[in-house]
Write a protein that binds this ligand. Structure first.
Ligand code: C2E
Ligand code: MG
Ligand code: MG
Ligand code: MG
Length: 283
């Protein structure tokens, strides 16, 4: 096949481009079908109060139940959902389902549980977001004070005007705001003063392998100081070991989530493991 000249390598390049395009188009039509056939579902990862060991709430994480590929993680399809704009209808589906689920768990005897729901930039700047949220709240009858929308620093910084207006409107509805992947985006910390944010979620990259001799330890320490000054809650993401948990607790971090506690789980398994009897603590 190799022709050993420029034209040959162009053909190889074209061929690879072609494959990439076919792959993308396949993914796109797969996603459209997934939306039509309701192949998207939510897993819920528990979040614990590190001080009391009590279950504090969950983060809703999308999964794609692919007919041939099994459960597909969001890293593989969220970017495509975003470029195609499918993230808007899919995001609404997730919002509605997560709110309905939370309301059900509240009614079944756990009225303080919170639900973190990820909102992508594309959804965030969608002019109908607020109306959609109002409709979902009235439809599901969920307590909005227990709903925590997770947005990234990058999303906030790229949409400063929208963010201020929108977060104020959300606050007026008692909905909480978390800054996701905190520390990884480019950001001017000054925005934190003027936004009605409730929670910082420290990205997993600052948590992994944390001990007092690491730079990460100093970073987390600084984030803790900042959060105390601003009166914000802090959640450590991606806690995988007992030792990470202990250091975070020592640093004053109140909440944590990660494989050390549990993985994201289907709703039925959450109910079975966490919502059957009185103990709402670390398994
Ligand atoms: P994220 O919002 O920062 O979510 C946390 C991610 O860390 C999740 O990955 C979770 O499964 C993973 N994780 C939790 N604990 C651990 C741990 O101890 N170790 C490791 N290695 N990972 C841990 P997941 O579910 O694959 O989601 C990845 C990202 O996709 C999310 O990051 C979020 O940005 C996005 N995403 C997920 N669901 C949605 C959704 O419904 N809507 C939107 N717009 N984005 C979503
Ligand atoms: Mg998140
Ligand atoms: Mg995160
Ligand atoms: Mg992340």
């Amino acid at each position: 096949q190799a022709k050993g000249n420029g034209r040959g390598s162009y053909q190889i390049y074209d061929h690879q481009m072609h494959l990439a395009i076919v792959h993308r188009l396949t993914l796109e039509s797969d996603l459209q079908r997934a939306l039509d056939r309701q192949e998207f579902t939510i897993y819920y990862q528990p979040i614990f109060n590190l001080q009391t060991q009590e279950l504090s709430g969950f983060e809703a994480l999308i999964r794609w139940q692919h007919p041939h590929r099994g459960t597909v993680s969001p890293g593989e399809f969220i970017p495509c959902l975003e470029t195609t704009g499918f993230i808007v209808p899919v995001g609404l589906l997730i919002l509605r389902q997560a709110c309905a689920q939370l309301q059900q768990w509240h009614r079944s005897g756990y009225p303080d549980l919170t639900m973190g729901i990820n909102i992508s930039i594309r959804q965030f700047v969608c002019p109908t977001l607020l109306d959609d949220i109002d409709q979902i709240i009235s439809e599901t009858q969920v307590n909005p004070a227990c709903v925590k929308l997770e947005i990234t620093e990058t999303c906030i910084m790229e949409n400063a005007e929208t963010t201020i207006a929108l977060t104020q409107q959300l606050r007026a509805r008692q909905i909480q705001i978390s800054i996701d992947d905190f520390g990884t985006g480019y950001s001017s910390l000054s925005y934190l003063h003027c936004l009605p944010v409730n929670t910082l979620k420290i990205d997993r990259c600052f948590i992994v392998g944390i001990t007092p001799s690491t730079t990460n330890y100093q970073v987390v320490k600084t984030i803790m100081l900042l959060s105390q000054q601003l009166g914000l809650d802090v959640v450590a993401e991606g806690i995988e070991t007992e030792s990470e948990q202990a250091y975070l607790l020592a640093l004053g971090c109140q909440f944590g989530q990660g494989y050390f506690f549990d993985r994201p789980l289907p709703a039925a398994m959450v109910a079975e493991k966490y919502l059957t009897g009185p103990p709402l603590t670390v398994p």
